[in-house]
Design a protein around this ligand. Structure first.
Ligand SMILES: O=C(O)c1ccccc1NCC(=O)[C@H](O)[C@H](O)COP(=O)(O)O
Length: 207
């Protein structure tokens, strides 16, 4: 994982070798493969395994889950060989503790208020829109939003045009995007991926 002061950037919902090449070339810190069923981005473990082989070791590969039993999460993560697990459900600290033994970097995604990263035993906290992967932004700019402490990623409707402003406004440690780097729903655009990473890093550190 990046230890630089530049914002951490995760590109989510990759499905093809072309998507992976674009994210790696753009300088992403992490890439996500969606294992949650019912998404236009869902891949199976074998497909993710083939894609993950194309990812250099400095880039974190993450399996994305929503409301799936811990045993299923473990099986997908083991079969695909991803190094990170991102949970979008109602999992509690016990679930994170159960997955800890697998050695994965654990990401907790929530749209609720969170005080700090690590409360549930996660390594990274993701503050997202209530409908993850929908591309709908939420009100991160409002006075009611209090940023958590520690390593947290902002997600939800970010685009190359909004990511820098969002980073400056929230002081997030990093960002995560899916819809905002697609030419149509479920289809990644190498140009938008490059533009997003460039915009996030323009001027580098925000903290
Ligand atoms: O991408 C999906 O369809 C998805 C389905 C179920 C759980 C999570 C999902 N995606 C997670 C992400 O892509 C990101 O973590 C984040 O929500 C950004 O989404 P977007 O608003 O599309 O940029």
């Amino acid at each position: 994982m990046s230890e630089t002061s530049a914002p951490f950037v995760k590109i989510c919902g990759l499905k093809t070798p072309r998507d992976v090449a674009a994210a790696v070339l753009a300088g992403a810190d992490a890439v996500g493969f969606v294992f949650a069923p019912g998404s236009p981005r869902t891949v199976d473990a074998a497909a993710a395994r083939a894609l993950a082989r194309e990812v250099p070791p400095q880039v974190l590969t993450v399996g994305v889950f929503r409301g799936q039993p811990v045993e299923e999460v473990r099986r997908f993560a083991e079969e695909s060989g991803v190094r990170g697990v991102q949970l979008h459900g109602e999992e509690g600290p016990g679930d994170f503790a159960a997955l800890r033994a697998g050695g994965w970097t654990l990401l907790r995604a929530t749209s609720r208020h969170a005080r700090r990263c690590g409360e549930y035993g996660e390594d990274l906290l993701l503050i997202d829109a209530p409908d993850p992967g929908s591309g709908k932004p939420w009100n991160w700019g409002s006075a009611e939003f209090t940023a958590p402490r520690g390593r947290w990623l902002l997600a939800g409707g970010l685009t190359p045009g909004t990511v820098r402003e969002a980073l400056l406004a929230t002081r997030a440690w990093g960002v995560d995007v899916s819809s905002g780097v697609e030419s149509e729903r479920g289809v990644k655009s190498p140009e938008l991926i490059r533009a997003f990473v460039e915009a996030a890093r323009a001027g580098d550190a925000v903290q």
